[in-house]
Design a protein around this ligand. Structure first.
Ligand SMILES: [Cu+2]
Length: 134
């Protein structure tokens, strides 16, 4: 019985840690649906290698596109936004990926969007906060 409580305590602390207080993490785990990122806020340390895992649970193609600092795709992602992409990954419906990218070196708030037509206005946006590395 005592062991049971210890296990529960460990699980609870892990759950609390994963809910995060907005602390930086080198892991991003995001689910894409029609038309949301879940979760839609991420905090990462500047310049670090970030493990990125994601799955598309929706019925259409989705993308996770990080815009460069100070840029925004606006309501519609088009050709003029392409040079402002910092990093992106595309997932077909039902697909998943495990990859990684290097976080931007400059701290700040970065816009994340899905560049599939019409998805930004449908609410498929997120925020990536880059904080100075410890
Ligand atoms: Cu999308």
């Amino acid at each position: 019985m005592k062991r049971y409580f210890i296990v529960m305590a460990v699980l609870l602390s892990l759950a609390l840690a994963s809910c995060g207080g907005g602390g930086p993490s080198t892991n991003i785990d995001v689910t894409m649906t029609d038309f949301q990122f879940q979760p839609n806020q991420f905090t990462v340390p500047a310049g670090q290698e970030i493990s990125f895992s994601s799955s598309n649970n929706g019925a259409v193609v989705h993308n996770f596109v990080i815009m460069k600092l100070g840029t925004s795709a606006g309501d519609f992602f088009d050709e003029e936004d392409v040079p402002n992409v910092y990093w992106e990954v595309e997932l077909l419906p039902g697909a998943s990926t495990e990859t990684s990218f290097t976080a931007p070196t400059e701290p700040g708030e970065y816009e994340v969007v899905c560049r599939t037509e019409g998805h930004i206005v449908s609410g498929m946006t997120a925020k990536l906060t880059v904080v100075p590395a410890e």
